[in-house]
Write a protein that binds this ligand. Structure first.
Ligand code: ADP
Ligand code: ADP
Ligand code: MG
Length: 645
């Protein structure tokens, strides 16, 4: 087994790799850019090497600097993570040439699968069904338009060097082809330095289904079943799960068999993913699933496979890279339960998913949810059992860290494993909705809402799902009135009431809590103390100068400016406000009068009762705004008493 490992990546995947390496007793070396000097992966690694300025092009994408860092620290091997240099065959070769171990497939396998057209041709030759289309050399616009017409609209133009959902254009009709082609080629050249495209039939009701494969240096290749990643936005995965809903054993066998065949065709070593596109218009059928591309690396969504198989894929990567055979044979692998992952991003779904940056003043993701108790069907005795629900968080940040604008805005992956899909959905939605991140906006509310959509729960999914339901799932979560009431109640019941709020509870009181952006009136009978069930409402926490409220994935921080009301009570500044709407029936003082603490100032009639308002301290009546007979609104300033020196 290798003794030391450099991780050529950042964020959650760097932390993920460090965790397994450490459990295997491997020394870890992190690399970092200027922006990441204090990043979690740097704090977690045994050693860290600075490799340059914040832009990835000048740091994480500079192979020579990374290899130099490995040499300088005596690291034996390099793990590339995903993204960055993970699918760069030249870098893999340079690592090997430098006498280091490359934790990944052979450079030749990366090259073979690197371009989508060559990969498809190779797979077709190996007998793996590929998405119908044109994938040849001729790039003449007129020729490509002819091919598109033969394939039949709609078609998808894809950059052969594309990735991350970029360099793709769906074309509905022949009239739009030329423009779409030109724009796709421009983007492909700019993003990938290669304008080459292929044309594919646009699959109807497409589902993205992929198979995790693993090879070793002893000629073994196994698959670890499938994942469904159909919930996408702009061709980028949002929710991933394993196994795929609606998959039957025969289809699974055909699909996973094709994946193993694909991996063997490129002499595959290490972790890889074969991506397929399925036409799910009539459910999943083996003859309607086609090879799309291979990702020759560990995938973002690998945890769902780990959860259902019990395999640590990073451990397997490190063992295979050390020359060991695969720890398990195909017949020793099986599916246990259901796992679902959601990608948590620092972004604002209500503003077109605009990326958000900033300091994570609060960052808390639940590591457990209170199990939902299910009443079993049938039987006379109410048999209650708590389902086994496991939550897992993969993140590269901690509270107090900052989301910088330099890299991918993914802040964490939320993963839930349970016995059944429905339980995994419930667990994941609870997890997303209880996530408390402030003040940085995230898509937590969106994620929680997405997975409880009825059609999603029924497994009626395809890659257009999110777009079709966009308005429903991106609406801003408003703080509901009952929650406002709860917060006000919480403030009113503070015992002892902090001096800054300057109010006392009386036998019958109405308390008005005013925040910077909203006024909340709460009425309740309080016998000196309001009982507040913190257990029942863990969504509200008292931070002293403010309350933090989390609901449905949204978090608000409510800093009270003033809490007023209560009979005989007053704000600390001596402002006596109307505790409720009513009529002034007596005024016992005049402006300029000297008053003693507790002295009656005026009487308000409201709710068929008379309420005497008294001076909060010894002082002078500095302001008197009402006369007998005045109708006043809640919180209207009635009298202001200036404190005696
Ligand atoms: P997965 O298929 O594992 O979900 P993605 O396709 O979402 O992975 O990509 C993983 C990460 O790598 C993302 O951060 C993505 O932006 C980045 N990435 C993938 N391919 C490329 C590429 N060709 N160029 C730049 N970044 C890429
Ligand atoms: P990338 O390298 O960016 O991951 P892929 O070829 O894997 O590119 O495609 C990304 C996504 O685009 C797929 O997950 C799927 O949602 C959609 N897609 C790709 N090919 C097709 C197709 N032929 N028909 C319909 N949707 C497709
Ligand atoms: Mg892909």
């Amino acid at each position: 087994m290798i003794q030391s490992l450099l991780i050529a990546n950042r964020g959650e995947i760097a932390c993920r790799i460090i965790r397994t390496a450490r459990s295997l007793g491997i020394r870890t070396v992190a690399v970092y850019s200027d922006a990441d000097a204090k990043a979690l992966h740097v704090r977690q690694a045994d050693e860290a090497v600075h490799i340059g300025p914040s832009p990835a092009r000048e740091s994480y994408l500079v192979g020579a600097k990374i290899i130099a860092a490995a040499k300088a620290t005596g690291a034996e091997a390099i793990h590339p993570g995903y993204g960055f240099l993970s699918e760069n065959a030249e870098f893999a070769q340079a690592v090997i040439d430098a006498g280091l171990i490359w934790v990944g497939p052979k450079p030749a396998s990366i090259t073979a699968m690197g371009l989508k057209d060559a990969a498809k041709a190779l797979m077709a030759a190996a007998g793996v069904p590929v998405t119908p289309g044109y994938m040849g050399e001729n790039q003449e616009p007129a020729f490509l338009a002819q091919r598109a017409a033969e394939i039949g609209y709609p078609v998808l133009i894809k950059a052969v060097a594309g990735g991350g959902g970029k360099g793709m254009r769906r074309v509905e009709a022949a009239a739009d082809f030329a423009d779409a082609l030109a724009s796709c080629q421009r983007e492909a050249l700019a993003s990938f330095g290669n304008a080459h495209v292929l044309i594919e039939k646009y699959i109807q009701r497409p589902r993205h289904i992929e198979v995790q494969v693993f090879g070793d240096t002893h000629g073994n290749v196994v698959h670890l079943f499938e994942r469904d990643c159909s919930l996408q936005r702009r061709h980028q995965k949002v929710i991933e799960e394993a196994p795929a809903p609606g998959m039957d054993e025969a289809t699974r066998e055909a699909l996973c068999g094709a994946a193993v065949k694909a991996a063997k065709a490129v002499d595959y070593v290490g972790a890889g993913t074969i991506e397929f596109i399925a036409d799910a218009s009539e459910g999943l059928r083996a003859d309607r699933i086609w090879f799309m591309e291979m990702n020759t690396r560990l995938q973002v969504e690998h945890p769902v496979t780990e959860e259902i198989t019990g395999v640590d894929l990073v451990e397997w990567q490190l063992r295979v890279a050390s020359g060991e055979p695969l720890p398990k044979q195909q017949d020793e692998l099986s599916i246990n339960g259901w796992a679902m992952e959601a990608r948590l991003y620092a972004e604002d779904p209500a503003k077109g998913f605009l990326p958000v940056t900033g300091r994570l003043e609060r960052f808390a993701i639940p590591s457990a949810v209170r199990p939902t108790r299910w009443l079993h069907e049938g039987g006379t005795a109410p048999m209650e059992t708590a389902p086994q629900v496991r939550l897992r968080v993969e993140t590269g940040v901690a509270e107090g860290d900052t989301i910088s604008p330099w890299y991918d805005p993914m802040v964490a992956k939320l993963i839930c494993h349970a016995e059944t899909r429905v339980e995994a959905i419930v667990g994941l939605s609870k997890m997303a909705w209880s996530t408390r991140i402030w003040p940085v906006k995230t898509n937590a509310a969106f994620l929680g809402t997405l997975v409880v959509m009825p059609d999603f729960a029924r497994g009626m999914i395809d890659t257009g799902f999110i777009d079709r339901h966009l308005d429903e799932v991106t609406a801003d979560v408003e703080m509901p009135e009952w929650l406002c009431d709860l917060v006000a109640q919480r403030l009113a019941s503070r015992d002892p009431a902090p001096a800054t709020f300057g109010f006392r509870l009386n036998a019958l009181s109405q308390t008005t809590v005013r925040f910077s952006d909203r006024a909340i009136a709460w009425t309740g009978r309080t016998d000196g103390r309001v009982s507040y069930d913190q257990e029942a409402y863990p969504i509200v926490t008292d931070e002293g100068d403010a309350l933090l409220v989390t609901m449905q994935g949204a978090t608000w921080r409510l800093a009270p400016e003033r809490v007023s009301g209560g009979l005989g009570g007053a704000a600390s500044d001596g402002a006596i406000l109307a505790p409720m709407p009513g009529k002034v029936i007596a005024v016992e003082v005049a402006a300029g009068d000297i008053v003693a603490k507790g002295q009656k100032l005026l009487v308000l009639e409201a709710m068929k009762m008379e309420h005497a308002l008294t001076a909060p301290f010894d002082g002078t009546v500095a302001e008197l705004t009402v006369a007998v007979g005045a109708q006043v609104q809640v919180e209207a300033l009635l009298v202001r008493v200036e404190k005696a020196e």
